[in-house]
Design a protein around this ligand. Structure first.
Ligand code: SAH
Length: 395
């Protein structure tokens, strides 16, 4: 018999507004035996059916609603949802594997705990919950049936799995993979490294921002801080930057960045430095360097609410230093991929940094993650990437 969770009023209101998570303390009553990884029914306090959720008593996020209907999480349901997610990318966004695509983005596609990316012939899956982990085999079969990729890799090697009581998994499930694979992002060629790279190999979520950086870079000297494999750097060089400097602390990432520059025939205008961004910005400030465009795309400094204060200081420091490095008329593209660093807080940090270096900043635009990482409006956590495009008012 399937168990039922009866929610407290606050959780009920949140769930009705579209939020899929139920925390441990939000359950008023449980009917039946809850088994980790299984499906439970979710009810409001008057017995209304609110949906169906996967459950794991080990996790702080006790249950995740995958449908407001009453369908079981079986092969048919998973196949329907995956097909719909793929159709959205193909038909609405016009994306395909040649350019790199996120086919499935977890809660935002009604599949909590499942991420599916594809780079050319290589499919990459990431399973973040016990329920999805238990359904690995059927998920691999469904994806193989729909997409028939030559290569399938699993990159479930993320710390978030610990919270679900799961080990990290990094595994080649199909085909052979000698190294990175090439994608073509609207005319820019990048190597993605599904087995050896960070995350699933490439930061697809910055695609639309890389596209915006291209025309903005023409005729400017560009700095790409936290450049990883040179996503922004190479886009800027292709867009006509006079010189591009990329900084990252990972030598493996920089090796690919240099190769990416070569593949796009812009290597002679790109320099990649292996350094700590905090140190390097300080040094550049001392030596009086200037850039017409600066991209700051650091890793999530705020991994939890607890270290938000330290994170705020970190963001402020790099933004302050970047502002000092801007040439007259320069543009700063500053990002945060931490959902704890809310848009309001990020805004406040920028105002703070601007005041400290005595500039009046103008906001050109605000952008977010690419549309193959859709934001579920009822779930603020699903909007994790915030990018502010700012330019000082020359006094
Ligand atoms: N902008 C990239 C993604 C950046 S991911 C893209 O669009 O592809 C963040 C990067 O920051 C990682 O490559 C990581 O190696 C690097 N990093 C983290 N801390 C750093 C530090 N203190 N100094 C330099 N690089 C750092």
């Amino acid at each position: 018999m399937m168990a039922t969770l009866i929610l407290n009023p606050e959780a009920e209101a949140r769930v009705r507004a579209g939020h899929p998570w139920i925390m441990r303390h939000e359950v008023a009553k449980t009917r039946g035996q809850v088994r980790d990884g299984d499906v439970v029914a979710v009810e409001g306090r008057k017995g209304d059916h609110l949906g169906m959720a996967t459950v794991n008593t080990r996790s702080r996020i006790l249950a995740r609603i995958y449908t407001r209907d009453d369908r079981p999480l079986d092969r048919d349901f998973l196949a329907d949802r995956i097909r719909a997610a793929i159709a959205y990318r193909r038909q609405v966004l016009g994306l395909g594997p040649e350019g790199g695509v996120r086919w499935v983005f977890s809660e935002s596609d009604g599949l909590p705990g499942l991420i599916v990316d594809q780079y050319g012939p290589c499919l990459v899956i990431q399973l973040l919950t016990l329920a999805m982990d238990q359904r690995r085999q059927v998920l691999l079969e469904i994806l193989d049936g729909i997409l028939s990729p030559a290569i399938v890799v699993e990159r479930s090697d993320v710390p978030a799995r610990q919270a679900e009581g799961l080990e990290e998994v990094r595994q080649l499930w199909k085909g052979e993979l000698a190294g990175p694979v090439e994608i073509d992002e609207c005319g820019v060629r990048y190597l993605a490294d599904p087995l050896g790279g960070q995350k699933t190999g490439f930061f697809l979520d910055q695609r639309e921002n890389r596209m915006l950086v291209r025309p903005l870079s023409a005729g400017r000297r560009v700095l790409d801080a936290f450049c990883y494999t040179g996503g922004f750097a190479v886009a800027a060089a292709v867009g006509g930057a006079t010189e591009v400097v990329g900084i990252d602390s990972s030598s493996a990432a920089l090796k690919l960045a240099r190769e990416n520059a070569r593949r796009n025939r812009v290597a002679e205008r790109c320099v990649f430095l292996e350094a700590d961004v905090f140190d390097q910005l300080r040094q550049m400030e001392k030596s009086g360097e200037r850039f017409g465009l600066i991209v700051l795309d650091p890793p999530a400094f705020a991994k939890s609410k607890r270290n938000l204060e330290g994170a705020y200081r970190g963001y402020k420091e790099i933004n302050l230093r970047a502002l000092r490095l801007l040439a007259p008329g320069g543009v700063l593209v500053t990002c945060t991929c931490s959902h704890h660093m809310t848009e309001e807080l990020f805004h406040e940090m920028l105002r703070d940094a601007a005041r400290d270096c005595a500039v009046r900043l103008r906001l050109l635009r605000k952008t977010t993650q690419a549309s193959d990482h859709p934001i579920l409006l009822g779930m603020p956590e699903s909007q994790y990437l915030k990018c502010f495009w700012v330019t000082p008012l020359d006094e």
